[in-house]
Write a protein that binds this ligand. Structure first.
Ligand SMILES: [Zn+2]
Length: 70
């Protein structure tokens, strides 16, 4: 499991899109390879993130599958 840094800018803040609504995004932090959504988010409402989930960097234009994180 990668530590969870953006391969371009090293940022650890990312987001994923709601598979049913691409304008609905879920921000999370990657700590030690683990996904941590904002604490004010209901766990039942956050999407599952696995290796093949399209992940977007919060700080730059990078996006790719989750397992491409460094
Ligand atoms: Zn980045």
């Amino acid at each position: 499991m990668p530590e969870g840094k953006c391969p371009v800018c090293g940022c650890k803040q990312f987001y994923v899109k709601n598979p049913e609504d691409e304008y609905d995004i879920f921000e999370f932090e990657c700590k030690g390879g683990k996904v941590r959504f904002d604490t004010d988010m209901d766990a039942s409402e956050t999407p599952a993130v696995d290796e093949s989930t399209e992940t977007f960097c919060n700080d730059c234009a990078w996006h790719d599958k989750f397992d491409k994180l460094k």
